[in-house]
Design a protein. Sequence first.
Length: 309
Amino acid sequence: MNKNMTTLGRVSDRVNDLSMNCHDNLVKVEDISFDSLEKVKIANEPHFLRPLAQQSAACRLGIPINYLRKCPPEMQAYNMNYWMKKEKNEELFFRFDGEEVRAIFTPRYRPVDNFEVLEKLDSLEYGPETQVQCHLDAEFMLVSILDGNHAFSVNGERMTPGVSISNSEVGIASLSIAAFVLRLICTNGMISKTEVSASYRHVSLKILNEFPKILDNASLELGKQRDQFRLSIESKVDNPLATIESFNRQFQIPEKEREAVEWGWNQEPGKSMFHVVNAYTRAAQFEGLPAEASFRLMKVGGMVLGMVK
């Protein structure tokens, strides 16, 4: 999926492609056995566990994933099968893509699939030709809808506000809505940390019913963002690289994303907080980043902007 501009119609097509072989099953715990961290048998039928499914299985069993990864396969199987016998639920909720397991949850989990989010947007008259910025892969979706009617300029640069909707079908994050600002000159997007941001765990479909109200509330925050952008340009930074490194530590940015931030900084260096923020939002476009990593960097950009006084 192009990480810059596209349409909701194209996003819907990509979501359909990704979900073509996906299905869910409630699996009896007594039918589950592990050959290793990477392989599980369900009623004696072998299935490959994707990395996120490995993490969700380890978390469910209360075994540190880093410990399991250091163990040989037979020790992984011993640990996982031992603790599976202690599982209190009679069934677990498995999400599949073909024959591969993409996530494991308790029976309480109520998935909000990406196509449901897109259907809700369509019902709110965001049609297939609606312009959006999108980051999408098999594990995470971020769709940001632009509101050209409330565009503004900062130092001659055009900024277009809107709202971002993020969702993970495999439990990386909750379904969330927040304010969003796009810098048109380089299509950098920034997700704001605002009081009206909404997030719901996947045990409720309530957020889908509250979409209209939440979208309206997120739009109210956009005036604050315009003022923050102006302040960030006026806020000078003597050593921006040291400032970025400090934020990397504060927000626990992993190595691959640090590389992306360095790349983002080099696209447009400068000695103001605006340029520091831009390093993170530009980093979201770094080649090869998972969609969830791009989302996280855009959020960090929004949090850094919110710190400017």
